[in-house]
Write a protein that binds this ligand. Structure first.
Ligand code: BGC
Length: 349
């Protein structure tokens, strides 16, 4: 079968390869891939900056934001032939650590987890894949190809869960939220904020085009400046860019008792100056919290599936800005200013 493969840490190594059928060892559920979303992590892997091949192999099958249709599943599995499904990305470490042992692999403590399409386990950008029933999540069939948005939605569902858990350390009645970045993660974080009834402000640098319209269509407000110009002391900031200046802006301007959740992965190597004493003082005196959040466990995929099922289909449809067939995969990597989520289409939904 065809698959998009890459030699991790080797720039320019991506190729459409002929690979063996998915191994039985990956699980008894056989899935036909319909589409795979491309994200910043894939771009990092393709640029040679990130990623790990499976042990003893040179190449890794790329792709972790999947949507597929079940071709075959054993009796008693929670999915059956014809269902639209998404594969969970992370697998628990084999030790396992305390968190992995209880299904909280997104909090793996020893770093020995694997991730499909990223770390030591083939991804989903192949014509078919196999998976175990406990790592496959069913999506509302009316979503069609839009189900490919579930993996990024699971990541923000986890971020919102972190915000809630921390918020509830005291009386917690959040009213305002700022989301920095209007890429797919930021827009999906804004969607969940609006679904929760919050006043949501999204900050991005684009002054025109699709992103401001998508934010306004949600009922949220769009801004291009800094947090202080958008709203005074928000209860929640979900930082979705990893850009140092925005991370600091979030820490400096979150409201008293507020929670900043960092979801962006910074590239590092850039230094900016900060008055640490002042930052420390304001965070301590107002009980502010900053938390990092990565990946998602099954509970977050289920919360994400609910959020997508409730969302306006036309709005979600605009998030998938381009679909590129597998044999023209290179086009998926050439980003245009109006791109939000680009999907490599492997088979028709
Ligand atoms: C994925 C996560 C993963 C992270 C780090 C993200 O792009 O969505 O599932 O844990 O990269 O590898």
């Amino acid at each position: 079968m065809k698959a998009l493969t890459v030699v991790p840490l080797q720039k320019g190594s991506a190729a459409l390869s002929d690979v063996d059928d998915p191994p039985e060892s990956d699980g008894p559920v056989l899935v036909e891939t319909l589409g795979v979303g491309i994200c910043g992590t894939d771009a990092e892997i393709l640029s040679g900056a990130y990623g790990w091949a499976p042990p003893g192999r040179e190449r890794l099958i790329l792709g972790h934001e999947s949507l597929g249709r079940v071709l075959d599943a054993p009796a008693g599995a929670p999915v059956s032939a014809g269902d639209l499904v998404v594969g969970i990305v992370r697998r628990p470490d084999p030790v396992p650590c305390g968190n992995c042992a209880v299904g909280e692999w997104d909090f793996c403590r020893n770093g020995k987890y694997t991730e499909r399409g990223i770390k030591e386990h083939d991804g989903y950008l192949s014509e078919r894949y196999r998976i175990t029933p406990d790592f496959v999540v069913k999506v509302d069939s009316s979503l069609g190809i839009l189900g490919v948005l579930l993996e990024p939605t699971s990541v923000v569902a986890k971020a919102w869960e972190q915000v809630d858990k921390i918020g509830h350390r005291a009386h917690w009645e959040p009213r305002t939220a700022v989301i920095t970045g209007a890429g797919p993660i930021g827009l999906l974080a804004a969607l969940i904020g609006v679904q929760r009834g919050l006043e949501v402000h999204v900050i991005d640098q684009m002054t025109a085009g699709k992103k401001p319209d998508l934010v306004r269509a949600l009922g949220a407000q769009y801004h291009t400046g800094v947090i202080a110009d958008a709203v005074d002391g928000p209860d929640v900031v979900i930082e979705c860019t990893g850009v140092s200046a925005l991370v600091l802006d979030a820490m400096e301007h979150v409201g008293p008792g507020g929670v900043v959740c960092l979801t962006g992965v910074s590239s590092g190597g850039r230094e900016i100056s900060v008055d640490e004493g002042q930052l420390n003082r304001s965070m301590v005196l107002a009980n502010e919290a900053v938390v990092g959040s990565v990946n998602a466990n099954r509970r977050h995929y289920e919360a994400g599936a609910d959020a997508l099922a409730k969302a306006d289909r036309n709005w979600l449809d605009q998030l998938v800005s381009r679909k590129v067939p597998l044999d023209r995969w290179q086009e998926a990597l050439q980003r245009t200013p109006d791109d939000v989520k680009v999907v490599v289409e492997v088979s028709q939904a």
